[in-house]
Design a protein. Structure first.
Length: 95
């Protein structure tokens, strides 16, 4: 049973990573960097409806620690993971 759970978790992680990469590619274009507008559109397409314009700006600024106006896929991916964990925890507190 543990092996089945590990396989299911690995499969779900792979699907999530491909989904994030597809959204990033569609939003970031050929330069593989994402600016604030691209970041906001990507968040919308992933269903982060609770992230309003001010929230997107704050999130982007917290990710863009070098203040260069762009983030990489790896930084975007880390943000998506943390946002999904945050949403999961907020829903699990309600139940």
């Amino acid at each position: 049973m543990q092996q089945q759970l590990n396989h299911a978790f690995t499969r779900k992680s792979e699907v999530l990573e491909r989904q994030q990469e597809a959204v990033f590619d569609a939003s970031a274009g050929v330069d593989r960097r994402m600016d604030l507008g691209e970041f906001t559109r990507a968040c919308e397409s992933l269903g982060f409806a609770s992230l309003d314009v001010d929230g997107a700006l704050r999130a982007f600024d917290s990710i863009d620690v070098d203040d260069i106006g762009y983030i990489s896929f790896e930084k975007f991916q880390a943000f998506v993971l943390s946002e999904k964990v945050r949403l999961y925890l907020s829903v699990s507190k309600c139940t």
